[in-house]
Design a protein around this ligand. Structure first.
Ligand code: NAD
Length: 362
């Protein structure tokens, strides 16, 4: 049992964020930031990213961006949750120990439920069980009452999002014989490949792991391509399912796709890169809209009567209609899709649409 009084917790004042903390406990190697961006619609729920950031500045920058995106994601999906995120500066392969996760649990507990932790890149639902030993404020656990692995819902939502892009681009949501290039074959990308394969899509795939490329190529008759090639492949949809910042001034001119629709968070390096995509007539499915399946599933465990996978699925499927509406408005108003999505989310926040009515009991 670790005690919070051993952990140094410092509050950082960041404009437009409700609460940001930096927690350090060198004995167990803990150095983390938790950002609570906005809890207008409910407590902040967001994943715990464990990543070997090169310094504290880049970790803080990432957690702020990710927490804000969670606010917009939850607002648009009407989960009754707010936006927050945590990052731990550590290599998940070599530095993720039980004591580090327990100390992190103490930090989450310190926030008294205003932030609810979940898994993210570098952490797993099994890690969250350890965090849960120190705090009740954890979601998406591999337990009977909890919602479990969010990635199957994220993948399903991205699948529907790609279909919405198809409907807008070529007038049909069938993906048969459409060329789709997937960057990243982890929890989401590999499950998405299965959905697309059974629909008859032609897949081009890449990952850091050669064995993962080989497995997916064999299972789904995909073509493996180099990491540097995937964004330049001539295809119908480019699907980023790895890390963020990949749509920028350097990469956008080389894209040879009609649309971008994938799960990765913060795909645009800067928001103005949404305009660059529009100018190239590439349809962009805003990441915080298309990748909401996971948060929708996690939020479902707080529903009255308990978690229902079917309800989570029904709500995830609505991503199709939300994106169609965003694409239509963007077309009519000649705005980048990401701007339309921001405006829609801000409207919901301002008018408290989808606000949680009863507090969550833990
Ligand atoms: P993951 O860690 O399981 O998979 C990521 C994969 O990308 C790994 O296989 C990794 O080897 C590969 N990768 C990393 N860098 C790469 C590169 N430069 N080129 C090619 N491949 C690369 O993560 P995940 O859970 O599948 O999530 C993928 C993305 O979707 C992340 O950005 C995550 O934040 C986002 N996301 C995930 C969920 C979810 O439910 N898991 C929900 C919302 C958003």
């Amino acid at each position: 049992m670790l005690k919070t009084d051993k952990i140094k917790i410092q509050e950082i004042d960041i404009p437009n964020y409700e609460k940001v903390i930096h927690a350090v406990y060198p004995t167990v190697g803990l150095n983390c930031f938790i950002a609570i961006h906005n809890t207008t619609l409910g407590p902040a729920l967001g994943g715990t990213r464990i990543y070997p950031y090169k310094n504290e500045e880049s970790a803080l920058e990432d957690v702020l961006l990710l927490a804000k995106a969670m606010t917009y994601k939850s607002a648009l999906a009407e989960t009754g949750l707010g936006g927050g995120k945590a990052v731990i500066i550590a290599n998940p392969e070599t530095q993720k120990t039980k004591n580090l996760l327990l100390a992190y649990g103490e930090v989450v507990n310190y926030l008294k439920g205003r932030y609810i932790a979940a898994e993210d890149v570098g952490s797993t639902i099994h890690d969250m069980l350890i965090v849960n030993e120190q705090t009740p404020y954890v979601a998406a656990l591999p337990t009977a009452e909890s919602s479990g692995d969010p990635s199957r819902f994220t993948a399903r939502g991205v699948y529907w999002g790609i279909k919405a892009a198809g409907k807008t681009l070529w007038g049909s949501d069938s993906l048969k014989d459409k060329k789709i290039a997937i960057q990243g074959l982890g929890s989401v990308g590999s499950k998405l490949a299965r959905h697309l394969f059974w629909e008859g899509a032609i897949l081009y795939v890449t990952d850091l792991e050669q064995t993962q490329i080989q497995n997916i190529c064999k299972e789904y008759s995909a073509e493996g391509v180099g990491r540097d090639e995937i964004m330049q492949i001539e295809c119908d949809i480019f699907t980023p399912c790895a890390l963020g910042g990949i749509l920028n001034e350097e990469t956008i001119p080389h894209l040879a796709c009609k649309g971008v629709a994938g799960s990765a968070n913060n795909q645009l390096l800067y928001n103005h890169n949404g305009t660059d995509l529009m100018e190239r007539e590439i349809l962009y499915a805003p990441d915080f809209v298309i990748n909401a399946g996971g948060i929708i599933n996690a939020a479902a465990e707080f529903d009255e009567g308990g978690y229902s996978a079917r309800k989570a699925m029904d709500q995830t499927n609505k991503i199709y209609n939300t994106l169609l509406a965003i694409f239509d408005i963007a077309h009519e108003e000649r705005k980048p899709t990401v701007q339309v999505a921001f405006e829609l989310a801000e409207y919901k926040l301002k008018n408290k649409i989808g606000k949680r009515e009863k507090p969550i009991t833990f």
